[in-house]
Design a protein around this ligand. Structure first.
Ligand code: ZN
Length: 243
């Protein structure tokens, strides 16, 4: 059986979603994990999610929430809901956990593939890739044929051909030789493409096959945790809509 890698990110402290994703990955025969960052933020289980991701022993890149939770920086780039959770998350983690977040790399290359949270042009700036032009800039700095990322919470495949960049909606897809791919793996813990189900990707390098997984999880349980923690109710509501 060929090797399968699960690529997951934007978990955002959503333990209920993360557990479902990892159970699915195991059932699918995944033997390796890559994490595209934003382990914390928005939901109510930062400690548990960090512990689980660290126990996988996999490469993890730094997301903007990981970055801001671990720094003393002001949060002017954040909307007020996100800023409230960043402050709350800081108060929930111990120094060792904050140190782990602080020392995460911005980008990692493994097995000829790159992992980044946002984009390869200045990954520390956490720019968003929503269109072909933004993807085109990324491809200038993407040295490997395949790069996985997250950040927008909207799964997507960007394909670079000589003639330009093309967008391919998330689906089972065989990567073509001679082209470059920048693949957004969606979000485990707070999908924003209108589908509230948890998302991640399974990649089989030998077949060059990408599969997007969408999984129902106990959204009400995740919502109850947000409210019990005293976090903004809006963060609980949005989980139900996938926004
Ligand atoms: Zn995120």
């Amino acid at each position: 059986m060929s090797k399968k890698i699960a690529i997951l990110g934007d978990i955002h402290s959503n333990l209920d979603a993360l557990e479902v994703v990892l159970a699915d990955a195991e059932a699918q025969g995944v033997s390796e994990y890559f994490c595209t960052g934003d382990v914390v933020g928005y939901n109510a289980c930062p400690h548990e999610c960090l512990e689980i991701i660290r126990s996988l022993g996999c490469p993890v890149v730094k997301g903007n929430h990981d970055h801001y939770v671990a720094s003393e920086q002001a949060l002017e780039d954040f909307n007020p809901y996100a800023a409230a959770v960043v402050e709350w998350t800081r108060s929930q983690l111990d120094e060792e956990e904050l140190d782990y977040l602080r020392t995460m790399p911005f980008a990692v290359t493994r097995m000829g593939m790159t992992l980044v949270h946002s984009t390869m042009d200045r990954p520390e700036n956490f720019g968003y890739v929503f269109d072909n032009q933004q993807a085109e800039t990324n491809f200038v700095y993407q040295k490997t044929p395949v790069c996985f990322h997250g950040h927008t919470h909207c799964p997507m495949i960007y394909e670079k051909q000589l003639s330009g960049v093309y967008r391919i909606d998330p689906q089972d897809f065989i990567l073509k030789p001679g082209r470059k791919y920048f693949i957004n793996v969606g979000s485990v813990g707070q999908p924003r493409d209108g589908d509230p189900r948890a998302t991640y990707v399974i990649y089989s390098p030998e077949e060059r096959k990408v599969s997007f997984r969408r999984l129902e999880y106990d959204i009400e349980a995740a919502q109850a945790r947000i409210l019990a923690a005293g976090l903004p109710g809006r963060l609980a509501e949005r989980l139900a809509y996938g926004q």
